[in-house]
Design a protein around this ligand. Structure first.
Ligand code: UD1
Ligand code: UDP
Length: 381
């Protein structure tokens, strides 16, 4: 069976690595029959290209080198998606796969799904059924269209299955809709211990210290991430969030691995030196990120993936948005939508101690075997 996996942006490398690992282990178990082996061809659109947004994940997660690198790079939505479409189509025509697998909700996801669907190649969407119900988000458009173009829809949660049902997409003759769990949960279970052993980021950033009896302790700090277009491209929102982080940073360190989009926009609008209580660092690798997340007092973020990781790692989370597609984490009381207003963010963080107890309902996102289930369904199909 020949499949083509299409990736391009940071979170997709992490998601695809989990499924690729499951494919490799399926192939090992089924080595006797070459017909049932899965041959995965990896296509990288080139949407993310900086070493710390791209290659570091291939190295750390042991993803195979892409068979095709399309070198699309940055651009407006139409240009970026259009160039991807054209280049993906050429690969699909040459390789003639039986199936195309896409992940998440980026422009690479939509381009992959659209190019395949137009060539009548079935599409499998991993992380199907997510909705923020905010169509001004480019990701919402990408998710909606990709789900409607897909034949196999792998949902991370029961809510995602319900969202699809409301749009008339259900398991049946023409579509396979399955709640398999979240492949990022598989990944964090797999890498969590490795991160603990390998990571040096806390000492690199002087966030840990030795006690008199040589015990290594971590300092109190908050971890923040920020990259959503609605926050970075609006100077008022961007300034308000940064001012809040700067204010919080006066008491306890705030570490912010800076997404290149955010770095670019801050440079356009105001000098970084205005926010001297924020510890700005370069984007970090996945293992370093897990270590930073695990040891943080709390996380402030507008990232989809980081909200879930905070939940799984039992670290309180404040989401710097007005809505989220991961409503389960909000309903559980563990994640709080704080929006982007400075006063509200600072106040909510100062009330952290009043946070409810950890709900302990990881099963919302499956049992850590989503990738295995996906591979079994792919083979069955
Ligand atoms: C993209 C996804 C978003 C996802 C995020 C993950 C879309 C529409 N958005 O957002 O859903 O959450 O990835 O991180 O697909 N840049 C660099 N180096 C890079 C990559 C980008 O400097 O390696 C800069 C460029 O100036 C570029 C900007 O970041 O214009 C935005 O990059 P882009 O890939 O368009 O969107 P992201 O904001 O990364
Ligand atoms: N991440 C990382 N290094 C960073 C920031 C994020 O490895 O400096 C990881 C994070 O742990 C999560 C994923 O990237 O697994 C989330 O990606 P991102 O926030 O870019 O996109 P989103 O999930 O919002 O689409």
């Amino acid at each position: 069976m020949k499949i083509i996996t299409i990736v391009g942006a940071r979170p997709q490398f992490i998601k695809a690595a989990a499924v690729t690992r499951a494919i490799q282990s399926f192939n090992k178990k089924h080595f006797v029959s070459s017909r049932s082996r899965i041959r995965e061809i990896l296509v990288h659109t080139g949407q993310h290209y900086d070493y710390l947004m791209n290659k570091v994940f291939f190295e750390e997660l042991k993803l195979p080198k892409p068979n095709y690198h399309l070198g699309v790079g940055s651009g407006s939505h139409a240009r970026q998606t259009g160039v991807m479409l054209e280049r993906i189509e050429a690969v699909l025509q040459k390789e003639k796969p039986e199936l195309v697998v896409v992940y998440g909700d980026t422009n690479s996801t939509l381009a992959g799904a659209l190019a395949a669907a137009k060539l009548n190649i079935p599409v499998a969407h991993v992380e199907a059924g997510l909705r923020s119900f905010n169509r001004t988000m480019p990701e919402e458009i990408n998710r909606l269209l990709t789900d409607h173009l897909s034949t196999l829809l792998f949902c991370p949660t029961a809510q995602a299955v319900q969202n699809l049902l409301k749009e008339g997409i259900k398991n049946g003759k023409n579509k396979i809709v399955k709640k398999v769990g979240d492949v990022m949960y598989d990944s964090i279970l797999y890498y969590s211990e490795v991160a603990e052993k390998k990571g040096t980021i806390l000492s690199d950033l002087n966030l840990c210290f030795s006690t008199p009896n040589s015990e290594l302790k971590t300092q109190n700090y908050y971890l923040a991430t920020l990259h959503r277009a609605e926050n970075t491209d609006d100077p008022r929102r961007l300034k308000s969030i940064l001012k809040a982080l700067n204010e919080i940073g006066k008491n306890i360190s705030v570490v912010l691995p800076l997404h290149p989009r955010t770095k670019k926009m801050i440079k356009v609008y105001f000098p970084l030196s205005e926010f001297k209580h924020i510890l700005f660092i370069e984007p970090v690798s996945y293992l370093d990120m897990i270590q930073l997340e695990k040891n943080a007092k709390a996380i402030l973020t507008d990232s989809g993936g980081v909200q879930k990781e905070a939940y799984w790692l039992k670290v309180p989370c404040f989401t710097l948005r007005d809505e989220t597609e991961w409503m389960e984490t909000i309903q559980s009381g563990w994640n709080v939508l704080v929006g982007t207003g400075m006063k509200k963010i600072v106040k909510e963080v100062s009330d952290l101690e009043r946070r409810k107890r950890y709900p302990g309902r990881e099963e919302i996102f499956g049992d850590g075997k989503a990738s295995e289930k996906i591979v079994r369904i792919l083979v069955g199909h």
